[in-house]
Write a protein that binds this ligand. Sequence first.
Ligand code: ATP
Ligand code: MG
Length: 564
Amino acid sequence: MMDKKTSPPPANFIRSIVESDLQKNRFDRQLAMRFPPEPNGYLHIGHAKSICLNFGTALNFHGKCNLRFDDTNPDKESEEFEDAIEADVRWLGFDSGPRIYHASDYFQQLFDYAIILIESDKAYVDSLSAAEMREFRGTLTEVGRPSPYRDRTSDENLKLFRAMAAGEFDEGEHVLRAKIDMASPNINMRDPVLYRIRKTAHHRTGLAWKIYPMYDYTHCVSDALEGITHSLCTLEFEDHRPLYDWVLNALPVPCHPQQIEFARLELNYTITSKRKLSMLVENGHVSGWDDPRLPTLKGLRRRGYTPEAIREFCERVGVTKKQTLIDVEVLENCVREHLDNSAARAMAVIRPLKVIIENYPDNLNDELHAANHPKDESFGSRMIEFSREIFIERDDFMEAPTKGFFRLAPGQEVRLRYAYLVTCTRVERDPSTGEVAVVYCTYDPSSRGGNAPDGRKVKGTIHWVSAVHGARAEVRLYDRLFNVPNPASEDDFLSHLNSDSVEIITNAIVEPGLASVLPESRHQFERLGYFCADSIDHRPSAPVFNRVVTLRDTWAKTNPATKN
Ligand code: ATP
Ligand code: MG
């Protein structure tokens, strides 16, 4: 039973069902869930919801959870995808231990069960073409018609089915169908196909099989063979549940798991369909499955998302039967909150403007200033080099300041975070563009640490990086991949790609220590947001940072007054 003290699970209807089943001792076996991806692509945030739900519920109630590859379609599946999926599940923080299974492990058992179905006149070999079969199936308003092959004898069916398995027919010549009810109002029950002929090599069973079981047949049997108690799937399988139960009732399977459906996770401004994600990758709209703009786990990870943030997100969106589009801001808030507490702080200037402090003595050029983590003392103090020439953010300076602009402006005093108060005296322009190229300031030597000894008020505080010590870095600013909230509902979703979904800045300047951080380490760049050293391109000699998410306060846009 669940230990309520150590792990209070938030309520959701699936946990309620599980809890009540356990209380009633409904099953003669341990609680068992499974996560059943098809190894034909990389996992996305929707899968994360399913992983958290299955593994999380199993953990909460001391059950087990299997990772099962649903590998019944040799055309699209591969070992590469399996390895990636396993790695993603582990990264997310879940471990199936040795409980990694494959539907293909059950091919022989599935075949033997199919023989039983044929022998008991519950399945037959049909020889209609695919088009004919579609036509015979009927529609939502029109009942289906029986195939002329529906009344083949068991013996005839057995012979044909074995010949199919022996490779004696071409693809499409025959299929094995369940014999249920061609007049059923549920189209899934109108003699669904159980097996089809496929001559492609399977990544695990090679050419041993010439016939492959269909999902609806394979899934319920696999669940039963693994002793699954609760088989969770998304809402579109609700209409398949009668078939799930029909197959298990028709066969001498070891147990009969319960299928329960829940709403898929859908996020706005992105897509969570493997097929559409493949189109983005294959057509080069993104740089790969790990493009930081994608909602794949590989993409989110490269962007800088933490597993903790994704798990928290899955918890927050909950589990329901009502399909909704979740605001991507909910996801962003989760990572922001996690990184606010866990990420080290650093200073970086993304759009640098040179500042020269004219009265600052050259011999003080390596002076160090201490900076503390505002939330977590365990980060200790870091020492930051100050010097006569620094960079500040270009938009922290205004030559003709608007009302309420408390940052740097001619004659105006501002606090350089952790260092000194400086006042702008004059500017120097780039003669060709007319843009401000250098801002000249004087500093108050008695304001070390950023406080005036006379207690005078200085409203604005800005960040900076020493020009002598700072390292040049590339910074990649990511934005939403689509410019419409629900691209999946658009006819041509590709025409709604946001053309400004990434901005690459090659001349950012970062605190020197940032150059040598490990790939994938995350920092808050003060006043800018959370950034992650790119897992692939980041080098000490050429640092590269991805923006995970901006700070909650989109400060410069909404309020020109400095708050930090
Ligand atoms: P897609 O529609 O992206 O191709 P899929 O359902 O075909 O996804 P599978 O590999 O079969 O992909 O999914 C494995 C498991 O993850 C299934 O149990 C499925 O229900 C679940 N899952 C997939 N997408 C979502 C989602 N958006 N929200 C919740 N669960 C999902
Ligand atoms: Mg699927």
